[in-house]
Each structure stands twice: as C-alpha cells, then as structure tokens.
Ligand binder design. Structure first.
Ligand SMILES: Nc1ncnc2c1ncn2[C@@H]1O[C@H](COP(=O)(O)OP(=O)(O)OP(=O)(O)O)[C@@H](O)[C@H]1O
Length: 260
C-alpha cells in the first residue's frame, strides 16, 4: 500500500496582517498520529486548514512525501489528504449515503455515476462509524454528533493517505469518542498518517505517537508523547495547574485540572 508522510518547512500563515502561524516545522511519518494541542484561538484550525490545502496563501512549504502541496493537482490532493473539519452545523438535504458518495467524486469524471465499488465502500464506512440506521436519513435531520461522524465518514470515502482531523470528537458522547479514537488507531495501523487537534490531553495519550504544542504564535514544540505530554508543559500551555496520575486499570496517565 502507498504510504505518505507530511512535513512542513518554516510554515507561516497570516489573516491579512494578523500573523497566526510562525515558522512551524512539523513532521508526521507514515502511519503515525500527531496530536496538536493548544489554547483556544492559538491557531490549531488555521494550521490544519493549511495542511489540508484549504488555506493556500501560506509562506514556507508543506511536503507530502517530498512533493510540495502546491504542485499537486486538486485530484491528487484529494487522494492524498482529506480534512475532517468542525462542521457539525452543516445543513444538507442529502442523505448520509449520498453525502458519503460525494467523497468518491475525485475517482470519477464529472459525467460518471458512482459505481458498485463506490457504493460498497460507502456502506462499509457507514458501518465503521456506526450509523447504519441513518443511511437514508438527511444530514439536516441528524444530531450534531451524528453529523460529526458523517463528516469523518466522508473524509474516509476519499481513501486518503493523510487524514487531517479538527477536533473530531468535540460533539461526541463517551461511547462515540471511543468509536472515533479506535477508528483513528485502526487507520494508523493501516499506514494512514493522521494529524488531529483536541482539547483533551487524555486523547493525545490514548492515540498519539507524537504531540505538537502550539504554545504561542511564535512557538511550536513537537516530540514523542512521553516527552511532551507532561504536567509541566501542559500547565504552561494552558496557564493553569494540570495534574496527571497513573491509572493502572487503563495502564496510562489520566490528566485532570488542578483547582485550589
Ligand atoms: N477567517 C479569519 N479571518 C481572520 N481571523 C481569523 C479567521 N479565522 C480565524 N481567525 C483568527 O485566527 C486565530 C486562530 O484561530 P483558529 O480557529 O485557528 O484557532 P484554534 O486554535 O483552532 O481555536 P479553537 O481552539 O478555539 O477552535 C484566532 O485569533 C481567530 O480569531
């Protein structure tokens, strides 16, 4: 199977004069999960939108394997990189099945109809995200959490090598958070590279290989989970005491907020 890594070189981005991302060098090896943490408004979505090609007026470079994102055609880009955006408010009269089929459009010319292979893939994905009972329900009739799962499903329908996920569990209950975190693990085991943002360090501990901290608009720090996910770094990142304890039942650290 084709595997892809994604790296950035001196990546910077500004909205007009408002500089958000400054000289970020990140790297994700094939099949690895990089979890981005940082306070509200620091630039996580901006960074992920650059990585997925949604924002393209950045400085520096983004490389998929050794090829610049700027050199990829839209079709090649959509086969390499898919974005799971924070779109729980999308209103669409499309059924879940047809919405996911849209994710297959880059495999065909605009005059082609989806074929049986596309439909089989979409059915499999609907099972993976646990929405079989909603196959023929319109997106606008679904709950926010169900729509978040649908957005993940549509990205998977692109069969990307690199998945960029902006807070993919933010609207989900504990059970569906587990569904998505297990899916992330399974996809990375299959060689898919994943960059996701979250506000929950516990998720970084559960699925991350690497953690990237957007500390301020000038500083990005990336390293292995064990090195970066420490009480000291997290307390500094959020400006409040963060205290972890080891839980032997789940065999990992659990992070909590320290309140005096
Ligand atoms: N289209 C835009 N035009 C101008 N400024 C923007 C735009 N989108 C975002 N910003 C600003 O850029 C900064 C970073 O926003 P971004 O959404 O990337 O942060 P974030 O870390 O994802 O935040 P959150 O955790 O709250 O989702 C914020 O100050 C925001 O106000």
């Amino acid at each position: 199977m084709l595997e892809s890594r994604i790296t950035t070189q001196n990546l910077s981005f500004a909205y007009k004069t408002k500089q958000i991302i400054n000289n970020v060098d990140l790297n994700v090896a094939a099949g690895q999960v990089l979890v981005i943490l940082g306070p509200n408004g620091i630039g996580k979505s901006t960074l992920l939108n650059c990585l997925s090609g949604v924002l393209n007026k950045y400085q520096g470079d983004i490389l998929v394997n050794d090829q610049s994102l700027r050199q990829l055609t839209i079709k090649d880009l959509s086969h390499q990189v898919a974005l799971v955006s924070q779109g729980v408010n999308i209103k669409s009269s499309l059924t879940l099945f047809d919405y996911l089929l849209l994710g297959r459009s880059s495999f065909h010319s605009i005059f082609d109809q989806p074929d049986d292979h596309d439909k089989t893939i979409v059915k499999q994905i609907i099972q993976q995200i646990g929405l079989e009972n909603y196959t023929n329900i319109s997106l606008q009739s679904m709950s926010g959490g169900q729509r978040q799962l649908a957005i993940i499903g549509r990205a998977l329908a692109q069969e990307p090598q690199i998945l960029i996920m902006d807070e993919p569990t933010s609207a989900l209950d504990y059970r569906n958070q587990t569904v998505v975190l297990k899916l992330i693990k399974m996809l990375s085991d299959q060689g898919i590279s994943i960059v996701m943002s979250t506000h929950d360090p516990n998720q970084a501990q559960m699925v991350g290989d690497q953690v990237g901290l957007l500390i301020d608009n000038q500083t990005y720090k990336q390293g292995p989970v064990n090195e970066i996910l420490t009480d000291k770094y997290l307390s500094k990142l959020y400006g409040i005491p963060i205290i972890s304890t080891y839980n032997e039942l789940v065999d990992r650290k659990i992070f909590g907020i320290g309140m005096d």
